[in-house]
Design a protein around this ligand. Structure first.
Ligand code: GLA
Length: 767
């Protein structure tokens, strides 16, 4: 069992082969952190890590103890009893006091991991995959119990945390803040990496060096938002992609969040992560409890790539669930940027005539198919097919698509309503709205009150009706505005502080019911592009629309940033038309394809306009992707060159056995007369001999050559892409198993003098 309890010392050691997390019961009964990092011996005594000094201004726990909480690394601190930093929670009691003193009562260690009630979380399939620890603490004056819940995976450099409060008194207490976890670290020699941006440029990478004070990112938009992803990474200044210490914090939640690091005056760092306390207020009456969402904490002693791979595998294998988790995803055609709202059966079928021979597997009917939806100011909520556009209903279209061997998918935006809609006219009290205040439209729409079970029941019936009556294999679930007027007419005035969280619980509940009823439907989550790209959503939808910005160059940055936390199989990435709709850039079709391969490939352009050359290029792209989807989605992903720091970007995917790889290199802007350039690959088997698939080149190189000396892009046989936004895709396959030692003679046939003009043999699709 990787949770060890050292009773005499009151130490808990959660460990696996890569990490150790050690906590102690303090002399006052509260919980403190001794260590988090690379695995240390389970035989050691870690008491020496409890540092304590008498310092000026220390507020001591009592007259006789030398314990001043401000100078202790605590597990779940409260404000008000000597720790002047921000705490992990605040509990308001009947008498008006916020002071609490939660002390250790008992603990429970068990194999496996319990699911959360109504909240998404990582899971296990077998109990031997993880061990859980629940520490029970009690605050007698408030008659409240606190459970600190930990789970460590057996074979992953990951642990999860969350907290639960249970009230046992006869009146009421109110949580005005209840974060998921605190992690106090002994120093602040870290750089903080965050994924931030806005609509169209989500999850860009930003870094800052910690210094005294508070560093935070947050969302108060009702959903996780495009502005900051609920993710933070801390690394040492010398840490690179391949070496050094790094830890990541990823929040399994889709609503408001706060992620902050406070560097204290004695240079320790306090990480806090959880639901944002602003507008949060949760009362507990006798017997009631509140559980926080889960925080995933990952650690790597060998760089950021390793950290990302740990998260990718965890999310792919133990967060995403169900029918689609391990299945290849269909190549999608989406009608949005092809025809926008001018959808009709006739138009869809003529697009389908082109889509089927290209190798597309599923046609998605995006916005515009329902009610009087001819522009974005009307009809959201009226989920009835427009009979002028689809005279035979969806059934006739679906039947005709089936005859062309195409499945069908549908766009909906269930959480929203247009003011100009039948739904709003009939149920104006179903939107979030404060009494006697006017509504704020955004994209001409309002937010339905999903905190109200009447609304989620109605939405379940409506969506289930569509799914029952029509053979819909895929749903794109959109959500195109942030929440304002977060007031639910269905809740009492005293309960309004619950509404934002209950909204998200309502979304999760609705999704869960639909997944239970229609387990084979593939759901793709979307929020005006990637404004709700978070681990909470991944629990329900195995793929998420990455961004409305589909320009390949913009996508380089977005997908590069997204890869810090999320696996390629979750990143929906479409090839669109040029000039690109968002930035008017003209990017070559091969670059658009090459970038989208590193995600879930789809097409979103008017394919009736394609030239014969483009048609055959796309056909080749789809065939390449289908052939290699498993490698792309299940392999290990390596970031090689960052588009945030240079004029080039590169990344690669390597199969689990290290014998096959696909590499993408992009030249952002062309440079006249550039210097030579070697691309250093990663993750290969040093002693395996690789050849370039698709090139007639006899060039064979060992993994150690490719990773250490690098692959020159200006040698005969490979030619560095020329021109702005050009790219090169390389497919490497080991021609032999790894050889036993470095002295093995190089096979001479690999060095034939007859190197032809290799470029001509690069498959058209990725030239
Ligand atoms: C959002 C989505 C787009 C598209 C439109 C339709 O912006 O992100 O992909 O579905 O809505 O209105």
């Amino acid at each position: 069992m990787p949770v060890q309890f050292d009773a005499p010392r009151g130490h808990f050691h959660l460990y696996n082969n890569s990490i150790s997390y050690i906590i102690e019961i303090l002399s006052n009964g509260q919980m403190a952190n001794l260590y988090f990092g690379q695995r240390v011996s389970t035989r050691g005594d870690y008491s020496y890590l409890h540092e304590s000094l008498t310092r000026p201004h220390g507020a001591y726990y009592n007259e006789t103890s030398a314990l001043a909480l401000e100078f202790v690394r605590q597990e779940y601190p409260s404000f008000g009893t000597g720790d002047f930093r921000q705490g992990a929670f605040q509990l308001l009691q009947e008498n008006g006091s916020f002071i609490t003193d939660f002390v250790y009562q008992r603990h429970h260690i068990y194999a496996g991991k319990k699911p959360l009630n109504g909240l998404p979380s990582t899971y296990v399939e077998e109990n031997n995959e993880a061990t859980s620890l629940e520490i029970e603490l009690y605050d007698a004056p408030s008659q409240t119990r606190l459970f600190l819940c930990y789970c460590i995976y057996e074979t992953r450099g990951v642990l999860t945390r969350q907290a639960r409060f249970a009230y046992e008194g006869n009146s009421q207490v109110t949580l005005t803040s209840a974060l998921s976890a605190c992690l106090d670290l002994p120093d602040h020699d870290y750089q903080l990496l965050q994924l931030s941006g806005a609509w169209g440029r989500e999850r860009h990478v930003y870094e800052r060096t910690l210094c005294p004070g508070v560093h935070s990112i947050y969302s108060l938009r009702g959903i996780s938002g495009a502005e900051h992803n609920p993710f933070l990474l801390l690394k040492r200044s010398a840490t690179t992609e391949d070496s050094g210490e790094a830890m990541a914090f990823s929040f399994v939640y889709s609503g408001n969040f706060l992620a902050q690091i406070e560097v204290g005056s004695h240079h320790s760092s306090r990480l806090l992560f959880g639901i944002h306390p602003e507008n949060f207020n949760w009362s507990l009456s006798t017997g009631e409890s509140f559980q926080t969402p889960e925080l995933v904490i990952a650690y790597s002693s060998s760089g950021m790539n390793q950290l990302s791979q740990t998260l990718h595998q965890l999310y792919q294998q133990r967060l995403v669930r169900g029918y689609w988790r391990d299945r290849p995803r269909p190549v999608i055609f989406n009608s949005w940027e092809a025809v926008f709202m001018e959808v009709s059966e006739t138009r869809l079928l003529s697009l389908a005539e082109k889509a089927a021979p290209l190798g597309i597997e599923l046609m998605v009917l995006d916005d515009g198919w329902f009610g009087q939806r001819n522009n974005d100011s009307v009809a959201l909520g009226d989920w009835q097919v427009n009979p002028q556009k689809f005279p035979g209903g969806l059934q006739s279209l679906i039947q005709k698509l089936k005859e062309r061997k195409l499945d069908f998918g549908l766009w909906i935006e269930p959480e929203m309503v247009s003011q100009d809609s039948e739904l709003f006219t009939q149920n104006p009290h179903w939107v979030l709205k404060a009494p006697n205040r006017s509504l704020n439209p955004s994209r001409h729409q309002h937010v339905l009150d999903l905190a109200n079970p009447q609304v989620t029941n109605y939405l379940f019936d409506t969506i289930a009706g569509l799914l029952r009556e029509n053979d819909i294999r895929y749903i794109k679930w959109d959500m195109n505005r942030y929440l304002t007027h977060c007031y639910s007419p269905a809740y009492s005035p005293q309960e309004q502080g619950k509404v934002l969280h209950c909204y998200i619980l309502g979304v999760y509940h609705l999704w869960e019911r639909l997944l239970q009823a229609f387990p084979q439907v593939l759901f793709e989550s979307c929020a005006a592009g990637g404004a709700r790209f978070d681990p909470g959503m991944l629990y329900y939808s195995p793929q998420i629309w990455c961004s409305d910005s589909m320009d390949a160059l913009e996508r380089l940055k977005i997908q590069y940033g997204t890869s810090f936390a999320y696996p390629l199989s979750s990143i929906s990435a479409h090839v669109s038309a040029i000039p690109n709709h968002q930035v008017r850039r003209n990017t070559p079709l091969n670059t658009r394809g090459n970038v989208s391969f590193f995600g879930v490939l789809g097409y979103e352009l008017d394919i009736e306009d394609l030239t014969p050359k483009e048609f055959s290029q796309i056909k080749e792209q789809i065939s390449f992707y289908k052939q290699h989807q498993r490698l792309l989605h299940r392999g290990n992903f390596y970031r090689l060159l960052s588009p945030f720091v240079q004029n080039q970007a590169a990344w690669m995917v390597v199969s689990q056995d290290g014998l096959e790889a696909i590499v993408c290199f992009c030249q952002i802007l062309a440079i006249p007369n550039p210097g030579f350039f070697r691309l250093q690959l990663r993750g290969l088997q040093p002693e395996a001999l690789y050849s370039l698939v698709g090139y007639q080149s006899p060039l064979c190189l060992y993994g150690s050559q490719l990773m250490r000396a690098g692959l020159p892009l200006d040698i005969k046989g490979i030619s560095r892409p020329h021109g702005d936004y050009s790219s090169l895709l390389l497919h490497l396959s080991a021609t032999s198993a790894p050889l036993p030692n470095l002295d093995y003679a190089f096979p001479q046939e690999c060095f034939s003098e007859e190197v032809s003009d290799i470029n001509l043999s690069i498959p058209e699709a990725y030239r």
